[in-house]
Design a protein around this ligand. Structure first.
Ligand code: GLC
Length: 458
């Protein structure tokens, strides 16, 4: 099959993922069964037949790219109608929903495996809303009371003071795309980056008091500084970390989180090289998580959370570690995997998350378009040589996807160490795999539309 035929096939699979309620499209299911169309074709096992908010991020971006803003607006209105309006989680958006007997039934975590709640879905809402407004010009929609009230409720949830002064948002384990235990509790990178995007997007859409808008922008600015100061690492920074003292009290100190040099893992030296840098996975008192998480770092590029020197260092790191991150199928979701005793204790011996599998170092094709969008956003700050290298990496990934995905039934994920095998428990015909390829095709097209060039730019 040539590229055009593969993309046509992808578009036709995508059409089958769309779900309607009351005659209108409300989003896409997470995965299709290979046989049959419509409701009969959806997986009835697990919850892949539901409309997940996070899985619908690429769906909505693709619809915006294809000029179908009305569908996006209806999806946003549907999410708003399902936002919790009372109780301790007032302001929370659902992880997913499904259509049953003409009604929408939402899951806020009460039906999910392990009863995990997904704050990322709530943080995506204002980002998607801002993208809709930016790409359609429909500010009238955002100015409606229903939208402004929804934003107010979300702000009440995320701006409320917690038990620390830092501008971060603390969450339980598995609170985002990685929705099973993987030692990602506390302040995982992806949630902090999404919080930054959500705050910026909300400020952009806000019609209420200027003082509230200023508080939101101040929190976003403080979060950006915090992430750039404490999550960002490079070889010079690590060298400095290894020689500073510990057990320091008071303010200011060189080692505010009391991190011991023994926490610095051996693999970091070759991973960083001399010119690489990245945002680490998590920062907790005494226990930094040095794992590299692809989506949090790619989104940091998309939302312009890094300075130009950091953008360059991050992309140099990605090029340097192409064999690990891309391998036979882009992109590895997290590196390195938890192994041995750490896997046993921190995942609860989860067989789905064995080392190199699924969230624990598996390879997810749905992640590549985020990186491509991030590269586009950073483009003006990159040297021609680095831009060229990144284009080559993205094109290599794109070719691997074109070659493998139709043969492997548009698998959800691939297992390590290099992503050469279809994920052991991978779903077939996973929507964000299909639609991720379609967006990537648009982003890599030299004739890319102005919309494609600013996708996810907040
Ligand atoms: C899995 C993934 C999650 C995704 C869901 C539906 O649970 O871990 O991120 O949203 O499947 O595709």
């Amino acid at each position: 099959m040539d590229t055009a035929a593969i993309l046509t096939q992808a578009r036709s699979h995508f059409q089958r993922t769309l779900v309607t309620c009351g005659g209108q499209v409300v989003g896409s299911v997470a995965a299709l069964a290979p046989e049959g169309d419509g409701a009969a074709g959806f997986h009835e096992d697990l919850n892949y037949g539901e409309v997940f908010l996070r899985d619908n991020v690429p769906v909505m971006m693709y619809l915006l790219l294809s000029g179908q803003g009305t569908v996006v607006r209806h999806f946003l209105n549907t999410c708003l109608a399902l936002q919790q309006t009372d109780g301790p989680n007032r302001g929370l958006f659902p992880t997913s929903f499904l259509e049953k007997d003409g009604k929408l039934v939402a899951d806020y975590g009460q039906r999910a495996i392990g009863r995990v709640c997904s704050p990322d879905a709530s943080l995506w809402f204002p980002i998607l809303a801002q993208q809709y407004v930016q790409h359609t010009g429909d500010r009238t929609w955002a100015n409606q009371t229903s939208v402004q009230t929804g934003l107010q409720r979300l702000l009440d949830l995320v701006m409320a003071p917690r038990f620390r002064a830092a501008p971060i948002l603390e969450v339980p384990d598995g609170a985002f795309m990685i929705d099973r235990p993987l030692d990602v509790w506390g302040a995982p990178l992806e949630i902090q980056v999404l919080l930054y995007g959500a705050l910026r997007a909300t400020a952009d859409l806000w019609q209420g008091a200027d003082s509230v808008k200023q508080q939101v922008l101040d929190r976003a600015a403080a979060l950006k500084t915090y992430l750039q100061t404490y999550y960002w690492i490079s070889t010079p920074i690590i060298q400095d970390w290894r020689r500073r003292g510990t057990e320091q009290y008071g303010d200011p100190v060189a080692n505010p989180f009391n991190l011991y040099p023994e926490t610095i893992p051996d693999w970091l030296q070759t991973w960083l090289g001399t010119d690489g840098g990245y945002l680490i996975g998590n920062l907790r008192s005494g226990r930094p998580d040095f794992r590299f998480f692809s989506l949090g770092n790619a989104l940091a590029l998309c939302f312009d959370l890094l300075d130009p020197v950091q953008q360059t260092a991050l992309l140099q790191l990605i090029c340097r570690n192409q064999a690990t991150l891309v391998g036979q199928m882009p992109l590895r979701i997290a590196h390195p995997p938890l192994t041995g005793e750490a896997w046993r204790l921190l995942t609860g011996s989860d067989p789905k998350n064995r080392p190199g599998c699924y969230h624990n170092g598996g390879h997810w094709p749905c992640l590549v378009w985020f990186l491509a969008a991030g590269v586009m956003r950073s483009h003006p700050n990159l040297s021609p040589d680095l831009s060229h290298q990144m284009q080559q990496l993205l094109h290599t990934g794109y070719q691997q996807m074109l070659h493998q995905l139709p043969q492997q039934a548009w698998a959800e994920y691939f297992d390590g160490p290099t992503g050469g095998w279809v994920g052991q428990q991978s779903r077939d015909y996973q929507t964000w795999t299909v639609v991720g390829l379609l967006i990537l095709a648009d982003l890599l097209d030299s004739q890319a539309t102005p919309i494609a060039k600013t996708l996810l730019a907040i």
